[in-house]
Design a protein around this ligand. Structure first.
Ligand SMILES: [Mn+2]
Length: 367
C-alpha cells in the first residue's frame, strides 16, 4: 500500500471513529440534504455483506469485503439465511449487497432468485460469491438479473473474494484468505496453494486453526463474531486478537473429551457411522464419527431445541466416491428438510421424525 493510501485510510478510520468525525459527517449530510430538497426517495448509501458465520471461510470473506467496500456485516447460518435476506430486502437505503459463502439448495434457490429479482428492480447492486455446488439454471437466472456471480467450486469463497477485489485490499488480505482455504480443506487448489506459499506453513496452520476454534466455539456470541470480522478486516493476525489462543486451548480440551464420547456413543451401518450429539456442535464431532467408525461416511446430528429439527453434518473420507453434497441436497429436500454442500463435507436440516430415514437412505445411496 502506498503511504498516501494509508494516510487516507487512517484518516477515514479516524473520521468514522471519533465524535468530531461523526459530527462533521452528519453536518455534511445535513447540508447535502438541504441542497437536494427535491429528492423524495431516501438516498441509497448502504453496503451490506451477508456471510456464513459458522466457519473461517465465511468470517474471512466478510472481513475482506469489509476491508474492500466498508459497510455492515450480517452473519448467518443456513437456517437463518433466508430470514436475513428478507430483512435486507426491506432496507430502503441499501445500495449494494454482497452474499458470501452461502450455498443454495433445492429448497432455497427459488426464494433466493425471487429476492434478487426484487433487489435488482430497485437497482441494488448484488454480488454473489460462493463455491458450493449450484444448479446451473440458478446461475443463469442470476446472471440474467445482472447479479454478479463469482462462483468456482475449486477455491474457497474468501480466496475468490481476494482474487476478485485484490486491488482494493491490503497486503495482509492473502493471509486472511489462506486461513479460510485451510479451514475449508482447499489450500491445495491453484490460487489457494499460491497464497499459502507466501507464508510459513505451520504459522498459517496454527493461525487458521485458532481462528476456527474461536469461531466454532463462539457461535452463540454474535457480537464476538462481528468483532472478529472487524479485527481481521483491520489486518490483525488471529494471535493478535486477545485471548484467542487461550480460548482455542479450552476447545482442544473439549474435543479430546469428544473422542471418548464418540467411541462410546457412535453406531454404524454398512457404509456409515452416525451419532446424535447432545452437548456440542455436530460439525465438531462429525470428523471423529467418520474416523473412529472406520466407515467412509460419518454423520453427526444435533437437535435444534424448539424447532423440531436436527442440524446434520456429513463428512466423507478420501475413499468416498459419492458426491455427498448432491445426494444430501436431494435426500434432505425429499424428507421435508434442506441441505447440500461439497462432495466430502456437507450439512442438512432434517425434520426430527425423519432422521432415521435420512441415515438409512444415505447409507443405501453411497454403497
Ligand atoms: Mn466455504
Amino acid at each position: 500500500m502506498t503511504a498516501k493510501k494509508t494516510v487516507k485510510k487512517v484518516a477515514k478510520k479516524l473520521a468514522k471513529k471519533t465524535l468530531a468525525g461523526k459530527i462533521k459527517n452528519s453536518a455534511t449530510k445535513a447540508t447535502a440534504k438541504k441542497v437536494t430538497k427535491k429528492a423524495i426517495k431516501p438516498k441509497r448509501t448502504k453496503v451490506i455483506c451477508i456471510s456464513h458465520k459458522e466457519d473461517a471461510d465465511g468470517i474471512s470473506s466478510a472481513a475482506l469485503i469489509r476491508q474492500a467496500f466498508g459497510g455492515d456485516t450480517v452473519l448467518v447460518d443456513y437456517p437463518g439465511q433466508m430470514d436475513a435476506l428478507n430483512q435486507v430486502v426491506s432496507d430502503e437505503k441499501l445500495k449494494s449487497l454482497y452474499v458470501c459463502d452461502l450455498g443454495l439448495s433445492k429448497k432455497t434457490q427459488d426464494e433466493f432468485v425471487n429476492i434478487m429479482t426484487i433487489l435488482r428492480k430497485r437497482k441494488v447492486t448484488v454480488t454473489y460469491i460462493d463455491h458450493h455446488d449450484i444448479d446451473p439454471n440458478v446461475v443463469r437466472a442470476l446472471e440474467k438479473l445482472k447479479v454478479r456471480v463469482i462462483h468456482n467450486i475449486d477455491e474457497c469463497t474468501a480466496v475468490q473474494v481476494y482474487a476478485a477485489f485484490k486491488s482494493k485490499l491490503d497486503d495482509h488480505a492473502p493471509f486472511v484468505a489462506t486461513c479460510a482455504a485451510i479451514t475449508d480443506y482447499m489450500e491445495d487448489r491453484p490460487i489457494g496453494s499460491k497464497l499459502l506459499q507466501i507464508y510459513d506453513r505451520q504459522f498459517a496452520l496454527i493461525s487458521a486453526t485458532v481462528l476456527t476454534y474461536n469461531i466454532v466455539g463462539r457461535q452463540k456470541e454474535p457480537d464476538y463474531l462481528l468483532y472478529l470480522v472487524e479485527e481481521l478486516s483491520e489486518s490483525k493476525f488471529p494471535h493478535e486478537i486477545p485471548n484467542t489462543f487461550e480460548f482455542a486451548q479450552i476447545q482442544v480440551e473439549k474435543l479430546s473429551q469428544m473422542i471418548a464420547k464418540v467411541k462410546d456413543g457412535m453406531k454404524t451401518m454398512k457404509n456409515v457411522g452416525y451419532m446424535e450429539i447432545l452437548d456440542s456442535g455436530a460439525s465438531g464431532a462429525v470428523n471423529f464419527v467418520m474416523g473412529l467408525s472406520g466407515k467412509n461416511v460419518g454423520i453427526a446430528y444435533k437437535e435444534r431445541v424448539g424447532h423440531d429439527i436436527y442440524a446434520v453434518s456429513v463428512r466423507g473420507s478420501k475413499d468416498c466416491r459419492a458426491h455427498l453434497g448432491k445426494i444430501v441436497n436431494i435426500l434432505a429436500t425429499d424428507l421435508g428438510g434442506s441441505g447440500g454442500g461439497h462432495d466430502k463435507a456437507c450439512g442438512a436440516v432434517i425434520p426430527k421424525p425423519k432422521i432415521k430415514k435420512f441415515i438409512t437412505e444415505l447409507n443405501k445411496k453411497i454403497k
